[in-house]
Design a protein around this ligand. Structure first.
Ligand code: GDP
Ligand code: IMO
Ligand code: MG
Length: 424
């Protein structure tokens, strides 16, 4: 049975939540493997509309165990709030599992995220201020608190005391901020631990057993490949890996078990936060797309920067992830545009660039070279079969397939589960 990884091919918000909710119907497990509540995954189904930050998007299917894997970072307050909201909407959340190894977002992570962003001044990354960067930095600095630690009160207290003393030195001496109280944080997080305990497991072993038993497993990417700390527009990136490598590391799945890697792309481009975006439209067309598509961040509400599809960046993310297929979302947003552009190359000082540049300074100086496609000027949101797409829409889709060097598996023409064309 398939083990399918679902990965954002752009700068996040490609519609991964919708695609995972759709595919989870047949899956036994859905695993979030990276990021934290910086993610906002919108799911629209029979229960309503949800913007999930931590809960895997497979939660709506009773038969699909939703796993927060070892590679994710958990803010317990956010997760508990999300679970009670889901329950209020009639969604059973008892089939959630949280890895004992997942790191916990602590109050000082959020404080440092804010203070560090402020300190960056004009070079601020535009983080979601959820404490993600500081939490993953602590993970590799061996200063992290893991979900399993919250369940062992003595171990947790000793560890927390050591870490908070260290953090308080920086808070007070570098930032002139108020120190945190070890006892207060301890009491709050012990309570969180009690509430989370029923869900906490060695999920890596459970997933491995499921794969051995031939069950279908979905791995739900957060963020997008161009926000990857290695392959993205560094330093304007996030702090855990949203790409295929992160899927393996963040779930404990062996690479050879993966049978497909689906790249989710929206039919144009968006980005939230700072950093280069060669096809950004700072004009009325960009404003028009933002308004029509309601391109505002699911986590922070910030307006998303909108632009044309960037096939140079897309080819790069297809290559590094080894996408075996593409899920193209939001095609319907383009229904009303008479002409649609796609960036097919970059130009830098009169030279054509063959590859996606490795540094943000170079990328920010690149000029996009566009190919223009004719708009189809017809509604697509009611279409369910590829054959019924307007000819010009089909040409656009085929053009993207050719530019990315990858076949379309799914075309999404609306936010809800059923507004989907299953190509394969
Ligand atoms: P994610 O973070 O990748 O899950 O994406 P977000 O949820 O942040 O943003 C995607 C937005 O597009 C959400 O508002 C979805 O409801 C919406 N969406 C997903 N697929 C489609 C589609 O095919 N058409 C339209 N119009 N909206 C879509
Ligand atoms: P989903 O899963 C879009 C962006 C932030 C910022 C940068 C670093 O919904 O696609 P961070 O808080 O991670 O340190 O911020 O990454 N970012 C996202 N942009 N979608 C997301 O998640 C994002 N998660 C982080 O805007 O530019
Ligand atoms: Mg999102």
């Amino acid at each position: 049975m398939p083990v399918v990884v679902i990965i954002g091919g752009q700068w996040g918000d490609e519609g991964k939540g919708k695609i995972v909710d759709l595919l989870a119907e047949k899956a036994c497990y859905t695993v979030r493997f990276s990021g934290g509540d910086n993610a906002g995954h919108t799911v629209v189904n029979q229960f309503g509309e949800f913007k999930l930050h931590l809960t895997p998007s497979g939660i709506f299917h009773q038969t699909c165990t939703a796993v927060i894997g070892n590679g994710a970072a958990v803010n317990p307050a956010v997760l508990l709030r999300e679970l009670s909201e889901l329950k209020r909407s009639g969604v059973d959340t008892s089939h959630l599992l949280i890895s004992r190894r997942a790191h916990v977002i602590m109050p000082y992570h959020i404080l440092f995220d804010r203070l560090e962003e402020k300190g960056r001044g004009e070079q601020a990354i535009g983080t979601t201020q959820k404490g993600i960067g500081p939490a993953f930095a602590d993970k590799v600095a061996r200063l992290g608190i893991r979900v399993g630690d919250l369940l062992d009160h003595d171990v947790f207290y000793r560890r927390l005391k050591q870490v908070i003393e260290h953090k308080n030195t920086i808070l007070t001496k570098v930032y002139g901020a108020e120190p945190l109280s070890v006892d207060e944080v301890y009491r709050t997080y012990i309570e969180y631990g009690k509430e989370l305990e029923p869900f906490v497991q060695d999920t890596e072993v459970i997933i491995a057993d499921a794969i051995r038993a031939g069950k279908m497993v979905l791995l739900e990417g957060a963020q997008g490949s161009l926000l990857d700390p290695d392959f993205g527009t560094y330093p304007y990136v996030t702090s855990s890996s949203p790409t295929i490598g992160g899927a393996i590391l963040g779930s404990g799945i062996a690479p050879a078990a993966i049978t497909a890697c689906l790249g989710v792309f929206k039919a144009y481009a968006t980005r939230v936060g700072s950093g280069p975006m060669p096809t950004e439209l700072k004009d009325e067309t960009g404003d028009f797309i933002r308004k029509r598509a309601q391109e505002y961040g699911a986590t922070t509400g910030r307006p998303r920067r909108c632009g044309w599809f960037d096939a140079v960046a897309g080819r790069f993310t297809t290559c590094i992830n080894g996408f075996t297929g593409i899920a193209l979302t939001r095609l319907d947003v383009l229904d009303v545009l008479p002409a649609i552009k796609v960036c097919v190359a970059y130009e830098l000082q009169g030279q054509r660039l063959k590859h996606f540049p490795s540094n943000s300074e170079t990328l920010s100086r690149c000029q996009p070279v566009y190919e223009e496609f004719q708009g189809w000027l017809a509604p697509t949101s009611g279409i369910r079969r590829l054959a019924d797409l307007p000819l010009k829409a089909k040409r656009y889709v085929e053009g993207l397939e050719e530019l990315l060097g990858c076949r379309m598996d799914i075309i999404s023409v609306g936010a809800s589960r059923e507004q989907t064309i299953m190509v394969r």
